[in-house]
Design a protein around this ligand. Structure first.
Ligand SMILES: Cc1cc2nc3c(=O)[nH]c(=O)nc-3n(C[C@H](O)[C@H](O)[C@H](O)COP(=O)(O)OP(=O)(O)OC[C@H]3O[C@@H](n4cnc5c(N)ncnc54)[C@H](O)[C@@H]3O)c2cc1C
Ligand SMILES: *[C@@H]1O[C@H](CO)[C@@H](O)[C@H](O)[C@H]1NC(C)=O
Ligand SMILES: *[C@@H]1O[C@H](CO)[C@@H](O)[C@H](O)[C@H]1NC(C)=O
Ligand SMILES: *[C@@H]1O[C@H](CO)[C@@H](O)[C@H](O)[C@H]1NC(C)=O
Ligand SMILES: *[C@@H]1O[C@H](CO)[C@@H](O)[C@H](O)[C@H]1NC(C)=O
Ligand SMILES: *[C@@H]1O[C@H](CO)[C@@H](O)[C@H](O)[C@H]1NC(C)=O
Ligand SMILES: CC(=O)N[C@H]1CO[C@H](CO)[C@@H](O)[C@@H]1O
Length: 506
């Protein structure tokens, strides 16, 4: 009954809004012209081959690069409101570019319409009395950390500082402080949002709480978020670093990793680890464990939860790097460590923690990737990141999120880089095969989990569908209320859609 309703609704939406085939070429030009007229003399609308256009049409991964008809660079929520109202009224296709780190082509980029580039929404307003910071949606985490580090406070943000604030927070957000405070999105107390009809609304604990919940995982389906107000934490001195293990040590890691997840994580919320396995070209694989401890520790004698990886019981490949750093500092370090990629693709699933399954997944990954490792520029990694009990608890006490996670799990994600566009199809095929095998192994072990983390999703995945019935029912209800004509499902062609509200392509 629900699905037939949404189909009927959806069809009426199409009739209202989808441009006719013959009009698809001229429509974006008309919208660009109208935008240029509305914002005349303000330098906010840029056309191909101009310096402004080239400056805003940059992506972390070259594979996201497309050629929008024009690029609109707002400097206020009002500017965004004017533009979105214009796009809705004229049925113009548009895309929203935050920090440009999502490597899925056509998500924060478009070939068929106007690109709204949020870079100019770069305000940072720290309110020490309320312990919050209002962050303009065009910021990258670097700007936020540079601003807050001297104040000795921090927020839950990217573990790589080059990542954008917007996409990260709208998909969830795994931060160095998540084991204490949950998903980064659980720490956003207010969203300023431009809806499809051009209204500017606020979603918080006191107003539009259904929108607040929907924006915590609902990505670009409800509006253009122009500002996020996030909780600020007084995190004291801290320690961090990264340790590498050689191939021969890898089998010894899975038992302790399982033990950490089920027995140690909840009791050590200040500790955070990113367990990652890396294969560069035909070189031997290695493990790379990034660590963060949000407290002053004796570096000569680290707490056992950290020491188990760095004291040599499991032989290391290279010296553990454990330094005093602030959260921003480590993220900035790793920002420099992961330079923009030529081509990049993520893929994601989740499992229930199990030591044997970790080992099996590692073996599957190694075996399945072997035939592909001669692809030029090959960098292939797989991470197993625990989402512990705190993540689940915190979202329940901070107004809820849309992710639908009710029990701890482990996010398993692959991230591949390569050089040539001619290898795109082969790499995507590889990731499809790899994740089918991983899911089959999890099922066989009785450890499957449906959740797919949106921010690590490939374009052909459906992460929002993985949030579960209860969450989808609430998302659909909020969708009908805040975007009744499904502008963000149809005119915004790219991005992960809510089932029943996706655009028809082709
Ligand atoms: C090197 C690297 C490191 C990463 N590290 C982490 C990490 O530590 N933790 C983690 O959880 N994730 C991490 N990620 C994943 C990251 O969270 C996602 O790629 C995220 O989507 C990036 O956000 P963005 O604003 O930069 O991306 P964009 O590509 O600009 O946007 C992503 C999506 O969000 C939409 N969107 C962006 N801004 C808005 C807005 N204001 N309103 C409405 N819709 C909007 C876009 O249209 C697009 O669909 C990392 C990614 C990379 C490449
Ligand atoms: C931040 O901490 C440092 C070192 O503890 C201290 O010297 C400095 O005054 C602090 N800054 C602020 C703004 O509190
Ligand atoms: C390494 O640290 C772990 C955890 O504290 C401990 O159990 C182990 O005995 C230590 N090994 C060595 C060689 O110090
Ligand atoms: C890209 O592919 C071409 C043709 O297959 C090859 O000649 C070239 O070396 C590749 N580029 C890189 C950077 O390896
Ligand atoms: C939001 O409301 C919930 C429930 O009333 C409360 O527990 C939580 O602390 C509030 N969060 C904020 C940030 O005010
Ligand atoms: C990869 O990207 C860099 C920087 O953008 C560029 O100089 C180089 O030519 C690209 N390589 C390939 C193979 O496309
Ligand atoms: C966020 C934060 O408080 N980080 C601290 C980490 O430790 C360094 C060095 O002790 C401090 O300078 C940072 O302020």
């Amino acid at each position: 009954m629900r699905s037939s309703l949404s189909i009927a609704f959806f069809l009426s939406t199409c009739a209202l809004l989808l441009p006719e085939a013959s009009a698809t070429q001229t429509k974006p030009r008309i919208c660009c012209r109208k935008l240029s007229a509305k914002f005349q003399g303000q330098g906010k609308v840029a056309y191909p081959d101009t310096a402004n256009y080239l400056a805003q049409n940059k992506y972390w991964s070259e594979s996201s690069f497309l050629t929008p008809t024009c690029i609109f660079s707002p400097s206020s929520a009002n500017d965004v409101a004017e533009a979105v109202r214009l796009f809705s009224r004229n049925s113009c296709v548009f895309a929203i570019r935050g920090g440009s780190h999502m490597p899925n082509s056509g998500f924060s980029s478009t070939d068929n319409g106007v690109l709204i580039s949020l870079t100019g929404l770069n305000k940072l307003n720290y309110d020490a009395s309320r312990n919050v910071i209002a962050i303009g949606a065009g910021n990258k985490w670097t700007n936020v950390y540079n601003f807050l580090d001297p104040k000795n406070v921090t927020v839950l943000g990217g573990r790589n500082s080059d990542v954008g604030v917007s996409g990260f927070l709208l998909g969830g957000g795994i931060s160095y402080l998540s084991n204490s405070y949950g998903w980064a999105c659980d720490n956003v107390v207010e969203y300023e949002v431009v809806l499809a009809d051009g209204r500017i609304v606020y979603a918080s604990n006191n107003s539009n709480t259904d929108l607040l919940r929907s924006l915590r995982g609902g990505s670009s389906n409800f509006g253009v978020v122009t500002s996020f107000t996030a909780k600020v934490y007084n995190v004291g001195p801290n320690a961090s670093g990264r340790v590498y293990f050689p191939e021969s040590s890898i089998p010894q890691l899975f038992g302790p990793l399982y033990n950490y997840i089920v027995n140690q994580q909840a009791a050590n919320p200040k500790y955070h680890i990113i367990p990652n396995f890396v294969k560069i070209g035909t070189a031997a694989p290695r493990a790379s464990f990034t660590q963060f401890y949000a407290e002053a520790i004796d570096l000569a004698s680290p707490p056992p939860v950290m020491n188990q990886w760095i004291n040599g019981t499991i032989p290391l490949q290279s010296q553990a790097v454990v330094n005093r750093q602030d959260a921003g500092g480590l993220a900035k370090l790793f920002g420099a460590d992961a330079p923009p990629a030529n081509r990049s693709q993520w893929h994601v699933t989740s499992i229930i923690a199990d030591a044997q399954l970790f080992q099996d997944i590692y073996n599957i990954w190694l075996e399945t990737s072997q035939p592909y490792e001669t692809i030029p520029g090959w960098f292939n990694s797989i991470a197993m990141q625990p989402i512990g009990t705190k993540y689940v608890e915190v979202s329940q006490t901070s107004g809820g999120n849309a992710l639908g996670i009710t029990a701890p799990l482990v996010v398993v994600s692959a991230n591949v880089y390569w050089s040539n566009a001619s290898d795109d199809a082969t790499v995507r095929q590889f990731l499809g095969i790899l994740f089918k095998k991983i899911k089959d192994a999890a099922k066989a072990a009785g450890k499957e989990s449906k959740y797919e983390y949106l921010n690590y999703g490939a374009a052909n995945q459906k992460p929002i569908a993985s949030y579960g019935r209860e969450s989808l029912r609430k998302l659909a209800k909020a969708k009908r209320k805040y975007d009744p004509y499904n502008v963000f499902g149809t005119l915004v062609e790219g991005g992960f859609k809510i089932p029943g509200f996706q655009a028809i392509h082709g």
